[in-house]
Design a protein around this ligand. Structure first.
Ligand code: MSP
Length: 618
């Protein structure tokens, strides 16, 4: 059997958070499970780098889009490494071979008559350079600029999505595992059944994308470019080559919010191109944090690397895999994380291994004829495999914990500390159970599983089924999962709390008011402009040097439409002195001057009498 699993490719809009890590950890576990079974396995992750939004983000940072994407893609790559993600390839939509294959796919669709030129009509916001739907507008205004939008007609290529409506429904009905879980399948099915419109698949309003072959003023719609990654990655010279062939189990693991793209648009495109469809699109649920949606503005974004370094990577992996059945929504709560860690990892599993090794050492035993017959191994194996074949890592862990508990109960009942007990046999059997567990745990906690095998003194590669008794040379090592004691727990929860505080601050702001303390955080000063010049290739910007009473700062201001540089020298303005520096169009800006209005109708802040530069403004 061959198995190929993919994560979504992540936007290079920010470094990964716990949500991105979650999907990737789930895929990693399933990929490792299939490797354990001896299946030919491919596992792909990567980044989605084209489109207007990314181009804008780069511009705001004064960077070229590719240079900006390089930076975030690297953050993904290194985070995946840190989280023990075993992806076989990392695709970026800016990879030249991917781009060429996307164009090849486009040509095939065109040749097959499923792409035609038409017009896209919609509400266009000029400053955003973007179309909006009626629903996205507020009182006819763009939400970002709060300005009226224009009705614009733009030339656009279309994909004949409507043609595939019946074929898609048939495919869904004939393949019960095509969209999982069931609830998502029903949603997607209902969406298709209500009728599909053709899909606008090119844009002329920006250039950061893959050009339409032969029509360079059009770029291919970012979702076509992105979805194709799963297929293009199997067509380049990597370990994934050939994994799109018939017969391979191809699984796209995604968050539920992108099910339509994966279970409607993507399969229709593949049908049109005459390429096989994925076997399963599995839509998992979303994590909230302490009951709230995770977002930068709420200040509650969880950094997986921080949690991993405070406890351990494997503890984090275990928690997210165990806490929520795949497919359901979950809530990340730091106390629940520590609670599970202490009870299931430190107490149940850690204790089983530790006390067994402790006794073997204490009594200087050499366990020999070990057997797993006292334990319900066959049933656990079966439940474990069935759960992972059905994309249910939490259930597989439940099956393993049933064994862990059996092991602990067995020790309690057999009491190998009693001199008259057949110690060698009892502890030998538990060692054997631990050895098998270390194999079965490896997909979930690869590093700790190896540490466990190391302490058992069995040096063997992962194998399936791994229950032939071996010899051991056990030694007591440091506990696999040291308990988090009360003091440390308090300290950690306190350390992790800033998220909550920030979230509370946002709540306070719900009435639109800020507190005096919040206002007091601004360091406003009188600043005198001592130099001013244009910023090359930026019509609206001036680079100013201001004096804060001894200290000089350089600042980029969007006031070129209203002021000549020479007219500014000697003026005193109000200046935000504790703003984080930012690079705008390649120039570092170390603060901000206050002004009202924009473009030509703009007035600088001023004082009505002369006050020395550097004076605090309150
Ligand atoms: N670039 C697109 C996907 C293209 S795939 C051809 C995209 N990228 S994303 O960076 O926004 O990542 C979205 C994915 O991140 C979700 O589908 C999910 O896998 C994961 N998650 C992001 N936030 C999440 C939660 N709060 N909870 C769980 N997973 C979440 O969409």
């Amino acid at each position: 059997m061959s198995f190929y699993i993919t994560t979504p490719i992540y936007y290079v809009s920010d470094v990964p958070h716990i949500g991105h890590a979650y999907t990737t950890i789930v895929c990693d576990t399933l990929a490792r499970y299939h490797r354990l079974r001896g299946h030919k396995t491919g596992f792909l992750s990567g980044t989605d780098e084209h489109g207007l939004k990314i181009a804008r983000m780069a511009e705001e940072r004064g960077m070229q889009p590719k240079a900006y994407a390089d930076k975030i893609a690297e953050a993904y790559r290194s985070s995946w490494k840190a989280l023990e993600i075993s992806n076989d390839d990392f695709i970026r939509t800016t990879d030249a071979d991917h781009e060429a294959l996307v164009q090849e796919l486009w040509k095939t669709l065109e040749k097959n008559g499923d792409i035609y030129l038409g017009h896209y009509e919609g509400w266009y916001c000029v400053p955003c350079e973007q179309f909006y739907t009626e629903k996205e507008l507020v009182d006819g205004n763009c939400q970002v600029h709060k300005k009226p939008v224009e009705k614009v007609r733009e030339e656009s290529y279309y994909f004949r999505l409507s043609k595939y409506q019946d074929a898609l429904l048939q495919h869904i009905d004939a393949n019960p595992r095509f969209i999982l879980p069931e609830s998502r399948k029903n949603e997607v099915r209902a969406f298709i059944a209500q009728g599909l419109d053709d899909l606008s698949v090119s844009r002329t309003s920006f250039t950061w994308g893959v050009p339409v072959p032969g029509r360079d003023n059009h770029v291919i719609y970012v979702w076509i470019d992105a979805l194709s990654n799963y297929w293009t990655a199997t067509r380049r010279k990597t370990q994934l080559e050939g994994l799109w062939d018939e017969g391979v189990e191809v699984v796209h693991m995604i968050g539920k919010e992108i099910s339509r793209f994966h279970a409607v648009f993507w399969p229709a495109i593949l049908m049109a191109a005459g390429i096989r469809l994925p076997t399963t699109v599995f839509c998992h649920g979303w994590w909230t944090v302490d009951g709230e949606k995770m977002s930068k503005t709420a200040g509650n974004v969880i950094d997986p690397l921080k949690l991993a370094s405070d406890i351990s990577v494997d503890a984090l992996r275990y928690f997210v895999l165990r806490e929520v059945p795949l497919g359901a929504d979950g809530d990340f709560n730091h106390e629940a994380f520590l609670q599970r860690y202490n009870s299931e990892l430190a107490n149940d599993l850690g204790n089983l291994v530790n006390r067994t090794l402790g006794m073997v050492t204490k009594y200087a035993l050499t366990p020999a004829s070990a057997s797993t017959s006292p334990f319900n191994l066959a049933a656990a194996f079966d439940a474990y495999a069935r759960a992972l074949d059905d994309f249910q890592p939490s259930k597989a862990l439940e099956a393993l914990w049933a064994l862990v508990r059996e092991g602990n109960t067995y020790i309690d009942q057999k009491a190998p500390w009693k001199p008259e007990s057949p110690r060698v046999e009892i502890l030998g059997n538990v060692l054997e159970l631990c050895r098998v567990l270390s194999h079965l745990l490896e997909p979930f906690m690869p590093e700790r599983a190896l540490a466990m095998r190391d302490q058992l003194g069995v040096d063997e590669p992962t194998a399936w089924p791994a229950w032939q008794p071996r010899s051991f040379s056990p030694r007591v090592g440091t506990p696999l999962f040291p308990r988090v004691e009360e003091d440390r727990k308090k300290e950690l929860l306190e350390r992790w709390r800033p998220h909550k505080k920030a979230a509370a601050a946002v709540e306070e702001k719900a009435d639109g008011l800020i507190s005096f303390e919040e206002f007091g955080k601004l360091d406003l000063r009188v600043a005198e402009v001592v130099a001013a010049e244009a910023v090359p290739k930026a019509k609206k910007l001036l680079k100013l040097t201001v004096d804060l009473g001894g200290e000089r700062r350089q600042v980029v201001a969007g006031i070129a439409g209203a002021y000549e540089p020479s007219a500014l020298i000697g003026r005193k303005v109000i200046f935000v002195a504790n703003l984080k520096p930012a690079t705008i169009r390649g120039v570092e800006s170390q603060g901000m001057i206050l002004a009202a209005g924009e473009a030509e109708i703009l007035g600088l802040s001023a004082l009505d009498r002369d006050v020395p530069a550097g004076t605090k403004v309150r």
